[in-house]
Structure formats: C-alpha cells, structure tokens
Design a protein around this ligand. Structure first.
Ligand SMILES: [Zn+2]
Ligand SMILES: [Zn+2]
Length: 166
C-alpha cells in the first residue's frame, strides 16, 4: 500500500508534468491565435463595417476561445459576396418586371411574342409566310423552315420598343 502511494507521489512529482503542462499551454496558445486569425478572416468576408470586424477580432483576442465562440454565434449568416449577388438578382428581376415592350405606334404595352399590336393592328414582327412563326426583323430566312424571308417581308422595320417604366 505504501509502495503504491510512493509510486503515485513519484509520478505526480515528476518533472515530466511540468513539461506536459507547458506543451498543453503552448498548444492552447496556438489554437487561440489560430482562432483569432480565423475570426479575422471570416469576419472580413461577412461584415462590411471595418470597425465591427476590428471589434470581433479584438473580442476573440482578449477573451480566448469564448470570444471566438461568441463571434461564431453572432456572425451574419451569409457572406458579403452572396448577399451582393442576391441583391443583384433581385434588382435584375425587378428590372425585368418594370421593363415593358410597347407598340411604337400607339404605346400600348405588348408582349414579346406578339406579332402585331392588338389595339392598333400595327405589325410588330414578320411571320414566316410558310410556317407562320414569328420572325425577328433582322432574320434573312426563317430558321424554323428555311424559307427566305425577303419574299414574304411585310416591311416591319421597327419592332416593339423596350420601355423603362419607373
Ligand atoms: Zn399599337
Ligand atoms: Zn418558316
């Protein structure tokens, strides 16, 4: 029994403990600095305000581990780049909704696929004399059936304009 105690005391008193403790401390220190760096890298991609980024980095520097954990909980959900991309997408969609084609003659809103204005009968696009599909005004032949358009040209020089409605 006494021998066992002696062994335990020897193990506890061993200088190896000091070394092990130092190794653990150094490892924790490296982890702490790595977390600070990670916070900096991550915050820069998510937060636009430079001051907030500095505060986040300082927090994780001053409060090891806890600071980084708090940042992890509070950080914005998406990257700045994703947020910008989403904003642009929404803007493009709005633009599309707001831009309307109108008849150059009576300013009536017309749909892209209309071949003539339903209100004033003005032709907006040629149709193929052979297959009847709508043609773009610069097409020299019908891409659907191959018929030469010049032969059936109705003289539509001006297609529906694109109007920006604000
Ligand atoms: Zn019209
Ligand atoms: Zn055709």
């Amino acid at each position: 029994m006494e021998n066992t105690f002696e062994t335990v005391r020897q193990i506890l008193g061993s200088p190896l403990w000091g070394v092990a403790g130092r190794v653990v401390l150094v490892a924790l220190g490296i982890l702490w600095l790595a977390l600070v760096f990670w916070t900096f890298k991550d915050a820069r991609q998510r937060i636009e305000d430079k001051l907030v980024v500095v505060v986040a980095v300082l927090t994780s520097l001053v409060f090891p581990f806890i600071g980084s954990l708090v940042y992890l909980i509070l950080r914005p959900a998406e990257y700045l780049m994703d947020a910008k991309e989403r904003e642009l997408e929404i803007l493009a969609m709005e633009q599309e909704l707001r831009s309307v084609r109108i008849c150059p003659n009576c300013r009536e809103p017309v749909r892209e696929e209309f071949v003539a204005c339903p209100k004033c009968r003005r032709p907006l696009r040629d149709t193929c004399a052979s297959c009847g599909r709508p043609l773009e005004y610069w097409w020299k032949l019908c891409p659907y059936c191959g018929r030469d358009v010049i032969a059936s040209h109705r003289g539509v020089e001006e297609t529906a304009e694109l109007l920006e409605v604000n």
